[in-house]
Design a protein around this ligand. Structure first.
Ligand code: AGP
Length: 364
């Protein structure tokens, strides 16, 4: 079926806005009233390692999921970009479970990595948007993310839908391995179910973000900082911005600031801090203060509590709804995507078809 822009200026804007509905659909499938709904042959009890492999944005979804598998299931978890993994020829074992994440299901490196694993691990699992794709067909188990066709080269709704499926898998792993008690499981399930409403609320930030984007569009370099599961989201925010606005951006773990990137900070460098009021928030605030002491322009996205604790001195703030700590990257994907989108619009670049990029990288 032909996909239309449905009144939006760009496919990317439409796909960002679709996320509450996309996640509601995926939740209906993977987290119905009866509880976690994954295929019966996906069993985490007898494995001792998870390997997550992907490219680009899908790789960052894997990087977030690593935090979840470790926290909920206490299982060692490795991530790699497919182009490194396949040539590294890593040792595998029959007690490893390998998960391949791909929107298109046709990414050449990810497919090659899957083929490398297929004979040598307990099971291969594909988390894909296109159910008829090569990666979906060749994996032992395929889990569709149910995001619908994604046209924009910059991946948006596929990212959050990948995260949702990976979160459900991590909870299942916790249950299979007896590492998560019923109350925690119930609380996490409920938090995931609240996502469509929260994403909708976050969409309300589109207008204020469009105003900030006029200044961001003037920048030469932009830094994104995050801690814990928000660190990979900082990497994703930077990738999104680079792809469509052509502004140089880098994501860093907040704690790495002092180990190099702080040398870049001056009045002209926006630093986007994605930080819900979590366990480590105070540490993030002190990183922010180091940036502000060097006159960096801090844009803080946080919840009401975080914004009040952080105090004055920021260049701008975005007030986010509250969310259970582990799942913050799913919610904060919205402002990250909107920042990239509006900055690209302010610069007048080709948002849906950025230069030099293909939607699906089917050759090396
Ligand atoms: C994301 O915005 C990118 N255009 C790109 O990094 C993409 O995520 C990557 O090429 C992987 O594609 P896949 O999910 O189809 O495998």
């Amino acid at each position: 079926a032909q996909v239309e822009k449905g009144g939006y200026k760009h496919f990317m804007a439409k796909e960002i806005a679709e996320q509450p509905v996309v996640l509601a659909d995926a939740l209906r499938h993977y987290l119905p009233a009866t509880g976690l709904n994954l295929p019966a042959d996906l069993d985490f009890s007898n494995i001792d390692r998870i390997i997550l492999i992907a490219c680009g944005t899908a790789h960052y979804a894997c990087a977030v999921a690593k935090y979840w598998f470790e926290e909920f299931a206490r299982i060692p978890c490795e991530i790699d970009v497919a182009s490194e993994f396949r040539y590294r020829e890593p040792p595998l074992s029959e007690r490893s479970l390998a998960i391949f994440v791909s929107q298109s299901g046709e990414t050449a490196d990810t497919l090659a990595a899957l083929r490398y694993c297929s004979e040598n691990v307990a099971k291969t699992v594909a988390v894909v948007n296109v159910p008829s794709s090569s990666i979906a067909r060749e994996a032992d188990i395929a889990l569709p993310i149910l995001a619908g066709v994604e046209v924009g080269v910059a991946s948006t709704k596929a990212f959050t839908a990948q995260l949702l499926v990976l979160a459900v898998m991590a909870l299942q792993a916790g249950r299979d391995r007896g590492q998560i008690d019923d109350a925690t499981l119930a609380a996490h399930t409920e938090a995931l179910r609240s996502l469509p409403g929260l994403l909708n609320q976050a969409m309300g930030l589109s207008e204020p973000i469009a105003k900030l984007a006029e200044s961001l569009a003037e920048a030469q370099d932009i830094l994104f900082l995050g801690r814990g599961p928000m660190y990979p989201l900082a990497l994703e925010g930077a990738l999104k911005l680079k792809e469509i606005s052509y502004i140089h951006a880098e994501g860093y773990a907040s704690g790495e600031l002092k180990h190099g990137p702080i040398a870049l900070i001056d009045r002209s460098v926006p630093v986007i801090v994605m930080a819900p009021h979590d366990r480590l928030f105070d540490k993030t605030v002190s990183n922010m203060q180091e940036v502000m002491a060097r006159h960096g322009m801090v844009l803080l996205a946080s919840d009401a509590k975080g914004l009040s604790v952080a105090g004055d001195g920021t260049w701008a703030t975005l007030q986010m709804p509250e969310i259970a700590e582990p799942f913050a990257p799913i919610l904060y994907a919205i402002p990250a995507q909107l920042l990239a989108y509006h900055t690209a619009v302010a610069k007048g670049t080709d948002v849906d078809q950025p230069r030099n990029l293909a939607k699906s990288v089917t050759v090396e």
